[in-house]
Design a protein around this ligand. Sequence first.
Ligand code: EPU
Length: 339
Amino acid sequence: MLIDRNISLKKYNTFGLDYKAECIIHLKTEEEVVSLFKNQNSCKKPFLIIGGGSNLLFTDDFKGTILLPEMDLIIIEAQDKEDVIISAGAGVNWDQLVGWSVYKGYGGLENLSLIPGMAGATPVQNIGAYGVEVKDVIEKVRAVSVEDGSITEFSKVDCQFDYRNSTFKGINKGKYLIIKVYYRLTTRPILKLDYGSLNNEIKKLGDTTLKNVRQAVINIRKSKLPDPETIGNAGSFFKNPVVSPDFAENLKKSYPQVPAYNDPSGGIKLAAGWLIDQCGWKGKKIGHAGVHDKQALVLVNYGNSTGKEIWFLSEKIIESVREKFGIELEREVEVVGTI
Ligand code: EPU
């Protein structure tokens, strides 16, 4: 178990914010995790588990211990004619896992290409893109209790998945460290191509194959979303809001072009990016923080921003969407620190 003290968090959050942590522990094996939580005395609490740091907004130095799961094995656990169960250690880079699965010809993850972060974080916020959510393929999640080091396996139902949500953001928030995620993939892929521009992008590439679906998603994401390696960001900063059918109907009278989709809850899901764009925010800057010029849902760090600056910008955006549309946007990123 490798322990670092008083370390910059810059490379551990995709916003590239330069705060410090008192202690960082690198966890390479399940045994190390179990031993850490059984003994509890290596480093100061609170604990914060980071799986890629692609959904975090630090606003202060972290006065506790950052835990970095670094178990990085991919295992084929079981296989029959059509299904293959694979497991990925929490520290497996997500896009490398997607790339590997496509290379092997296993279907299920391809629409989730190029999402930043690690496999262990994927069930936490039930990552989703281009008509697929990771819950569609998760079989179970193996986790260690932070309280006593015991191991629990969460079935798909136990995970209580919802839009960008799960039990790990709800009643079990902060209580478990995910060490391994099991995914049920298929050797006879059924491609999901009905999301917006996906089909057109695939046609440009030629045949409708697993490989081309991945490539099309990569092309779309690269054209719209900034690469965190080049410009700090955390993907979608806000969730897409769900409103009542009556509210959506009224909105359509004033804005016939509003993107609106039926939500399984019975409500209507609106595109937060569109709402923000309509308020004139696309490409705008306040201090060193800004709104991406190709996708208004993404806030960016132009280099020297603080977390508080990004927070302030997000408050201004929430205010203007509230004033113009009467809709309350909710942040998708997790804020760590005072505001
Ligand atoms: N739109 C605008 N202006 C903008 C942004 C979007 O008018 O600045 C419009 C688009 O033209 C489109 C609609 O809003 O009609 C929806 O936009 P898009 O298809 O780009 O998807 P999204 O709803 O903005 C969601 C996810 C993304 C995911 C994409 C693709 C959320 C909060 N975001 O974005 O997830 O990649 O769909 O499936 O659900 C992430 O979570 O980090 C993320 C990037």
